[in-house]
Design a protein around this ligand. Structure first.
Ligand code: PTR
Length: 194
């Protein structure tokens, strides 16, 4: 299975997720091909000093450099896991072929059915809004109200951005990512992925 993590600059959050998940998969002898990219990333930038430190402390020596997300990376992935909802929206806006396989990391490991139904409904309303906009039309007032209601109800699944922060902030973010990756591994091991 091919998993792509997506954040903004691909120098902090998604490289940590990439390195950590690759190590977890190796430890469990699970066949996972893992990459990462950024919605506003430059090509070939070193990952941030503290992100590298976090990986090094986990005995991960992968040489990860930044890449912007591209059509071929989206096509390559079986599953695209974003670090925030904003990243998910940007992926879906620029790469509509990512629909059906793009989730926030925390949403993907959520098992509350009601929340998952709300997210699916919001995704579908946002997709029809984009379509209506392209036709110069808009959603009905009741659809607009429903979107607001869903947004208020759905938990925030964003993983905090440590960019420019201290090593402690990177450790906190890495712990947040790790907790979600533990759940992801369980889900994949139990055959509940995709
Ligand atoms: N703020 C940076 C972009 C940036 C943002 C976030 C960031 O962290 P991450 O790699 O986790 O998205 C990295 C870089 C800039 O001004 O170019």
């Amino acid at each position: 299975m091919r998993i792509l993590f997506v954040c903004t600059g691909n120098t902090c959050r998604s490289p940590m997720a990439e390195g950590l998940l690759r190590q977890m998969a190796e430890q469990e002898q699970m066949q996972l091909d893992v990459r990462s990219a950024g919605v506003a990333a430059a090509e070939g930038i070193q990952i941030s000093y503290h992100a590298e430190g976090v990986l090094r402390d986990h005995h991960i020596k992968d040489q990860i450099t930044s890449s912007p997300i591209r059509m071929d990376t989206v096509e390559w992935a079986d599953l695209i896991l974003t670090l925030t909802e904003g990243h998910k929206r940007q992926v879906l806006q620029h790469f509509p072929n990512g629909a059906g396989k793009t989730y926030t990391l925390k949403e993907y490991v959520e098992d509350d059915i009601q929340v998952l139904q709300d997210i699916a409904e919001l995704d579908s309303l946002l997709a029809s809004k984009a379509l209506q906009n392209s036709l110069g039309q808009s959603l009905t007032p009741s659809e607009g109200e429903r979107m607001i209601e869903l947004r208020q109800r759905i938990p925030v699944y964003d993983i905090s951005d440590p960019y420019g922060g201290s090593r402690e902030e990177y450790d906190r973010t890495a712990a947040e990512i790790r907790t979600a990756l533990d759940k992801l591994m369980d889900k994949l091991k139990n055959g509940r992925g995709m």
